[in-house]
Design a protein around this ligand. Structure first.
Ligand SMILES: C[S@@+](CC[C@H](N)C(=O)[O-])C[C@H]1O[C@@H](n2cnc3c(N)ncnc32)[C@H](O)[C@@H]1O
Length: 228
């Protein structure tokens, strides 16, 4: 186990964007029905009332891709994690609009929630779409995907759990490949630890669209966990 496991990964900055009146109402009135408590153990059966697979979305932004995927996969329990309050408000308005039942939300640091609330073998899949790339070298330690993160999440993932990551920052994509190459338990679905084509069911996210307009490519990586 690396020494950094004890060190907190602070992968986000708290942005202070203003909320729209709709988002404000959503946080006040709708969030209590969908919010999960970061002080309590995650118990999927109790929370969702079923034994469906559990898929996390860490850093869902405004939640548009999470909503899209959750609507297409009603038999999966989705748990979104996001610290940006207007984004949470935006997601809640969509949950209300489309009457979505299979999403719950941690408005909290996903790494902390994972560490403290999730038990071993409790997660079937994890989506991490366009995590903050932390371009500057001195900020690389703030990247979400790093050895300490994989060491922490690995026991919590079920055998054959899927991790799907996408980024539009080539150097971060290469960093992710490098990190995973140190964990032989994670098998890339592509030969040579390579990038894969964007699956049709993953919508283009708001953040990704911004990158496309700047001429960035997107890089998808999919790994399956083989613990044995
Ligand atoms: C670049 S945005 C991408 C948002 C979205 N996935 C998309 O593709 O549009 C990254 C998001 O991750 C969130 N984030 C970063 N680290 C996080 C953490 N540890 N826990 C929860 N959210 C986090 C940030 O607040 C931000 O909204």
């Amino acid at each position: 186990m690396s020494e950094n496991i004890q060190r907190k990964i602070r992968s986000f900055v708290m942005r202070t964007s203003k909320m729209t009146p709709g988002q404000k109402r959503a946080i006040e009135e709708i969030l209590p029905q969908f919010a999960l408590d970061e002080q309590q153990k995650f118990d999927a059966k109790k929370i969702f009332g079923n034994s469906n697979p559990v898929c996390l979305d860490i850093g869902f932004g405004n939640g548009e891709s999470l909503v899209h995927i959750a609507q297409m996969q009603p038999d999966v329990n989705f748990v979104g994690m996001e610290v940006h309050t207007p984004g949470v408000g935006h997601l809640l308005l969509q949950i209300e609009k489309y009457n979505i039942k299979n999403i719950r939300i941690y408005q909290y640091d996903g790494t902390e929630v994972l560490k403290d609330c999730f038990g071993d073998d409790s997660i079937d899949a994890m989506h991490i779409y366009f995590p903050d790339p932390w371009h500057k070298k001195r900020h690389h330690k703030r990247r979400l995907i790093q050895d300490a993160f994989l060491e922490m999440v690995m026991p919590k993932l079920k055998e054959q759990a899927r991790m799907h990551i996408a980024t539009d920052w080539q150097q971060y994509a290469e960093h992710i490949q490098e990190v995973f190459s140190r964990f032989l338990q994670f098998k890339n679905i592509e030969a040579g630890n390579n990038f894969t084509a964007k699956p049709e069911w993953r919508p283009i996210t708001k953040f990704e669209r911004r990158g496309i307009n700047l001429g960035h490519d997107s890089y998808d990586l999919v790994y399956y966990l083989n613990k044995t």
